[in-house]
Structure formats: C-alpha cells, structure tokens
Design a protein around this ligand. Structure first.
Ligand SMILES: *Cc1c(COP(=O)(O)O)cnc(C)c1O
Length: 446
C-alpha cells in the first residue's frame, strides 16, 4: 500500500502508547474519549461543545483515540470533529423533526427487523458502535449501553426470515455489527446461511473508519466463510481516508468482500462539490465504490447538518461525467414516513417526441437520439423468471399493464360527494377494456 498517499496519524497525547496497544482494537475501544476532560487533552473545546458535553440526556458520545487523532486540533470547524463532537446546536429543534423519521419501527414485523422492500430486509443486530455519529438516523435506539444483541429477538428475526421466502438479501446493521463479539457475529452469519432462500448477506459498518485495527485476519477469515458477503462502509470526508483505513479495506477486499461507501450530505462537512469529488476519487483508489450519498434525515439533533436538496443535486452535477462513473454514487432521499429511498439528481432528458429524445450531457452539450420506428414490444426478450412481488410492483405494474391507476387513500369517497347511486354510475364503466392484454404469455411461464 506504500504507493498510496494516505497518512497515519496519532495525536501528541498518544505518542508514547506502545504500538501493540495502539493497534489493538480492544485497547482502542476501552480508551475511547467521551468527556470534556478527555477531549481537552487533545484540543481546546469551544464553549458550545463544552455546553453540549455537559448536557444530561445527550445522544451518546464515544470516540476512538485513532479517530480523534485525525482531527486538526487547531481547527474548530474540522470536518471530522463536526461529525463526532456534539455542539449546543444539537439541542435545537426544527420543523418536521421526528423521532423515527423513516418509520422503521412501523415496518418491523418483529423487533429489529425492517422489511420495507420486497426482497430484502434490514436487520438491527446491536445498538453499539465503535464511535457515535452526531447525525445518527437511529439515535432513538443506538448507543443505549443497556441494550445490545438480544438472543430472544434474534430468534424471532430468524423465524420471520425462515417463513418469508421472498427475502433474498439480509442487510446487517445496528449499531455496528462489527463491534459484536466475534463469536456472536459468526453465530448470526452461520444461522442466516442455514436459510436456503437467503442469497446474499450485507454488512453496513463504520468500524473500518473508526477502528480499522478491528479488521484483523481472524475477522476476515470468519467473514469469508459466509460468501456471498458484501459490505458498505461510511466515509464522509477525504480526511477520514488514512493509511490504516486503506489497509483495512485492502484486507476486506482480499477476503473477496466487495466494498461500497454510503455518505451523508452534511452542512459544513462535505456540502461542497470539490470536497465530494476528492472523497469519491480517494475511495475508488482504495477500491471502495461510492454507493449512496444520503440527504440528511429529519432526525432530532441533526438540524444543523441539513442542507437544501439543491445542494445535493449541485454535487451530483459536478460528479457525473466529470469523474469516473465508478466514483459517482446515487443521491438518495430516504422518504419521511417510511416511503423508502428515492434517488434524485440532475435531469439529462430535456424533451422528447414520438421518435426522438433530446438530451444534454455534463458539459451542457445538447443532442438528439433518434429512436427506432420498427421496434416490436411483443418481440422483447422472453423470460421464465417470476415478476415483481404482488402488491409492491409500483409503476412497473402499471407499465406492464396489470394496473391502470394508483389512487390516494380516500379518493373514491371524496369523489362520491355523498351522492346517490344512479343509472350513470355503472361500475363496469371503470374496468379498463384492454388492460392486461399481451401479458398472459409471460404469466403462463411463471
Ligand atoms: C436502505 C435499506 C435497505 C437496502 O436498500 P438498498 O437500496 O438495496 O441498498 C433495505 N431495507 C431498509 C429498511 C433500508 O433502509
């Protein structure tokens, strides 16, 4: 990895710690910083930070010595510092702030298992992390030192998964699955692997970023027994990419685990197209594929991190085409109320007619694409694979002709206007005459 330019840093207060301790993840975890006194040994706190750290009921604070060392002690606006050191801005409420803005708890058939999308689930396996992000989307449950992995809930989750064959992808999250005791992590992975319809397992983790020394060969040897295994890490700023992170990612990649990155768009941290371009390019250098860039959720304590959506679109405009496609994430808004992730971005399709589209590229070059006039939809590739999950087909169900409209709740009632049943209100008039035609061939093959 010597060919990579990333640095290794240690705050002056840790200069005399022997390497065996510094590189030991247990030492890093048990020497985490969480108080005014701890932080004052590394840098001078602002009044706002001191006030927050002295506030009872604050979302948990813990930072590994490794991660705190990446902060520039002279810069109160340091982008890493802002992610992990609380300020009094956390106590400021804002319009639309919610406890569970993504309605995850409402989409949980059993505790800690969120089944929002047709074929995949989010499984919350612990409430603990190596360090805590101030904008945590699950601050309502994360960090509680009394609540960690629950065996009883894990059994309920497994039972649900066994009886739900549509789930082919399980995403382990929390909290951070990689802070679990290695034995428990292995038990989770092996029990999931016993379920035949679970095709892939994913881990969402910030451990490589907060605690890269946790990615030991013992750990990767466990992980690689449970392939296909994918992993998403969480880096928000180029300053987080150190020699240690690069090496941890190299170990994971060599264990055959494809790595992605999920960032959150954060005011004052990475709300700048040039910061973000450097971040995604550096991620690709360490073989991490930028996956999603999230709009900040409407979560308590995160108001001061929020940006307008236009900032995210501006960033996407400055990435697509300007750098490698591999380096460009999707910009996602996780819909409040439980609507799930919605991709947004600049528009490249400017107009269209019945036989051509007008497009623009990243440079502002405007062009036409002439479409075929002899395309035969009925000759499209045949398939023997099942179609989408009934009830969750969305617009594909409409495009494929199984549904003609989707109505808001209460639509029929409001348009009844309290009227009477009369001769012109014959229900058969609203059954589309041609709908579904041409679809039967596919169905026969299911
Ligand atoms: C993000 C998320 C997933 C995974 O979504 P992908 O777009 O497939 O990465 C699954 N379930 C829930 C509840 C999620 O929030």
């Amino acid at each position: 990895m010597a060919y990579l330019p990333f640095e290794s840093r240690r705050a002056p207060v840790y200069q005399d710690v022997p390497d065996e301790k510094w590189n030991n993840w247990r030492w890093q975890l048990s020497n985490r910083l969480n108080s005014v006194e701890d932080f004052e040994k590394v840098f001078k706190l602002t009044d706002s930070e001191k006030e927050a750290l002295s506030t009872p009921g604050l979302f948990r604070v813990e930072i590994t010595p490794y991660f705190v060392s990446l902060i520039d002690p002279e810069d109160p606006r340091d982008p890493i510092r802002k992610q992990v050191i609380p300020t009094s801005a956390e106590m400021v409420p804002f319009t639309a702030m919610m406890e569970d803005s993504l309605a995850e708890d409402r989409h949980s058939p059993v505790p800690g298992l969120v089944h929002r999308y047709p074929d995949r689930v989010l499984m919350l396996v612990t409430t603990q992390c190596a360090s805590y992000c101030r904008y945590c989307t699950r601050s309502r449950i994360v960090g509680d030192p009394s609540a960690t992995f629950s065996r009883a809930e894990f059994e309920l989750q497994l039972e649900y998964l066994k009886r739900t064959p549509q789930v082919r992808d399980v995403l382990l999250s929390g909290g951070d699955p990689l802070v679990l005791a290695p034995r428990i992590l292995e038990e989770i992975l092996s029990r999931l692997r016993e379920i035949p319809h679970i095709e892939i397992i994913r881990i969402g983790t910030r451990v490589p970023v907060f605690l890269p020394m946790r990615i030991t060969s013992e750990l990767t040897e466990v992980l690689e027994k449970y392939h296909p295994l994918w992993m998403n890490i969480h880096v928000n700023h180029p300053n987080e990419i150190s020699a240690e992170l690069a090496e941890a990612c190299d170990r994971l990649t060599k264990a055959g685990i494809p790595l992605g990155n999920q960032s959150v768009l954060l005011a004052g941290v990475n709300d700048n197209v040039h910061v973000m371009r450097k971040l995604v390019q550096d991620l690709v250098r360490i073989r991490v594929r930028p996956y999603y860039l999230y709009q900040c959720d409407l979560v308590e304590g995160a108001g001061h991190f929020r940006t307008p959506v236009g900032k995210g679109i501006e960033i996407m405009e400055g990435l697509r085409g300007h750098t490698s496609g591999y380096a460009v994430p999707l910009y996602m808004i996780d819909a409040p109320g439980g609507g799930g992730k919605i991709p947004v971005g600049p528009n490249y399709l400017l107009s269209m007619s019945d036989h051509k589209v007008i497009l623009r590229n990243f440079e502002g070059y405007i062009t036409t694409y002439e479409e075929p006039t002899d395309y035969r939809p009925e000759d499209a590739a045949p398939t023997k694979w099942r179609r989408l999950e009934p009830g969750q087909e969305g617009l594909t169900g409409m495009l494929e002709g199984r549904q003609m409209f989707i109505k808001p709740e209460g639509f029929d009632e409001i348009h009844e206007r309290g009227g009477i049943q009369h001769r012109l209100k014959d229900a058969s008039k609203w059954v589309p005459l041609g709908i579904g035609a041409g679809d039967e061939a596919d169905e026969a093959e299911d």
